[in-house]
Design a protein around this ligand. Sequence first.
Ligand SMILES: NC(=O)c1ccc[n+]([C@@H]2O[C@H](COP(=O)([O-])OP(=O)(O)OC[C@H]3O[C@@H](n4cnc5c(N)ncnc54)[C@H](O)[C@@H]3O)[C@@H](O)[C@H]2O)c1
Ligand SMILES: CC(C)=CCC/C(C)=C/C=C/C(C)=C/C=C/C(C)=C/C=C/C=C(C)/C=C/C=C(C)/C=C/C=C(\C)CCC=C(C)C
Length: 639
Amino acid sequence: MSMPFSHFLPVPQLSRTSPLASQNCIVPFRYPQAPKLAPSRPTSESQGLSGSGKPSTLLGRSSLTPNIGSDQLGVAKSELYGARRRDVKFGRVRLRAVVSEERAVEREGNGKVGGRDGEDCYDAIVIGSGIGGLVAATQLAVKGAKVLVLEKYVIPGGSSGFYERDGYTFDVGSSVMFGFSDKGNLNLITQALAAVGCKMEVIPDPTTVHFHLPSDLSVRVHREYSDFLRELTGRFPHEKEGILKFYGICWKIFNSLNSLELKSLEEPIYLFGQFFQKPIECLTLAYYLPQNAGAIARKYIKDLELLSFIDAECFIVSTVNALQTPMINASMVLCDRHFGGINYPVGGVGGIAKSLANGLVEQGSDIQYRANVTNIILENGKAVGVRLSDGRKFFAKTIISNATRWDTFGKLLKGENLPKEEREFQTRYVKAPSFLSIHMGVKAEVLPQDTDCHHFVLEDTWSRLEEPYGSIFLSIPTILDPSLAPEGHHILHIFTTSSIEEWQGLPQKEYEEKKQLVADEIIRRLETKLFPGLKSSIAFMEVGTPKTHRRYLARDEGTYGPMPRNVPKGLLGMPFNTTSIDSLYCVGDSCFPGQGVIAVAFSGVMCAHRVAADIGLEKKSPILDNALLGVLGWLRSLA
Ligand SMILES: NC(=O)c1ccc[n+]([C@@H]2O[C@H](COP(=O)([O-])OP(=O)(O)OC[C@H]3O[C@@H](n4cnc5c(N)ncnc54)[C@H](O)[C@@H]3O)[C@@H](O)[C@H]2O)c1
Ligand SMILES: CC(C)=CCC/C(C)=C/C=C/C(C)=C/C=C/C(C)=C/C=C/C=C(C)/C=C/C=C(C)/C=C/C=C(\C)CCC=C(C)C
């Protein structure tokens, strides 16, 4: 019962049951504790109500005409200081954009161009509102910068967005949230929200993932580390020592990471400061930086099935096997799931981006939707602004691209010679395939009691792990938050790797038929392995292909992210945020440390710190900068 396909388009109708309709996860409330990441400076512009009782967040801010059609959206306006705050509604969900008519951006050829002359010039323009872009933007805003985020789509979040259909609230991408706990230094999502005064209610997930693997190997990754160890060593008693050693090294790395204050590794004052304060931890990280999980696992573990299990563990977070997965990244996820645990935001993953976007506006910065950047404007080799598909131009001291590096250098800087550093990046990393996703609503009774929330299915042979359609990811977020679906129903979000080549050039009818065929086969496999009767229980279904993901996520070939072409030297070859173009920075999953929501959040934190130093909001030493950037460039050349 496949429905006509119109994936990801937000629709105005919103079920009364939808938690996104509740103000709960949308309206940021003041976070009671001091946030760790870039705490907001209490300036006259960031304190909310001024002494006169008027909202001071809008004072002195440049504001923009929201680029969102009121045909789809309900719009509420209120007069504030000659500026108008426009609360843009998606269903009953409000996203705030700040509107100031006297400062409305003028079109090309109509005199002033937005943000060019002095007062209106932004400190930073962020292209794209994925989690990477939003974290960079909010972190900069709370440091006092004036930021403009330009998002092509109609809501924020990119891969971490949401959409609504027939009373279901679907997460566009993964529902497995790392970094969302209330402890340690690595809860970067919690901290990013806290920095703009937001906190979301979360539901602890008792099992990160339930693996269903060849030879009926079934492993539940329990929240409690000791329970997970018991289950794994129970299946591989002869490898108990190897298991303890491998996961033990993961913990050593995780604890080192968790002890640091996380900021830009491209900023020498901070980096040397960390080495001075935590020499053992920094040296531990430096030692493991060029290493991969598979090679370390092989030092301690000989059982091939167990090594394949570790491949599957790594594949989930890197779309490649353990031999190609950086040890730091593996350690991060293999331990955070037990340390802080996996926690699901009430109302769905989309609430994170919405809260960050609202928080950004609360800080006096701006976000525009349906703002499709087509060019980065260079002057004398320096990035100075952007041009949109509708002809508008905006200018800023710095430009931050949350588009992938392939899109940034291949499309937004089209016509420019590809810088040497980017050529090297592209020789080391290729675009990971895209994926096929099925968003489904099913009758609740088809799921057995105690079904886990997340599953990874690879039935017959390990060799299919990395093949297209070989492994199936399945999340059932309604196990944790039933309000995401109409009563008596569950959401099944299924995805599997798939390349764009096989979907291109098909006539519409064949394209639709192929989607149905591939979806039917995946449903058949899940029916056999997990849920007998699945097909007949389907109440709603939509299938997205790599073409869909390319279109709605604006990612070249719909790629899931970068993956190493060969065996990488751990994270050594991954570029940070600065680029070879003056004042142009990248953020997101084609920057250190790579794919993953928490990974791009870290990339956002690093980027904001480096940009803040470059525009004078953080300490900076030009001499040390040059020295460190030289060393980092040299280290990358070794990768
Ligand atoms: N692919 C998935 O299904 C999925 C799901 C969940 C999480 N994730 C994780 O999220 C990570 C990606 O996060 P991210 O922050 O790097 O980016 P993202 O791809 O999530 O977001 C990028 C945003 O930039 C916008 N954009 C791109 N080009 C633009 C342009 N020219 N003009 C205006 N806007 C533009 C896109 O519309 C999108 O909203 C992935 O690595 C992945 O691990 C992915
Ligand atoms: C030389 C230099 C520069 C230096 C020296 C030394 C040092 C100091 C160093 C440092 C370092 C650092 C800090 C680092 C950091 C890192 C980090 C933070 C990282 C992170 C990572 C993360 C990640 C990777 C994540 C990922 C995740 C993911 C991807 C997820 C996914 C999920 C999914 C897909 C879901 C599944 C589902 C189912 C099963 C259903």
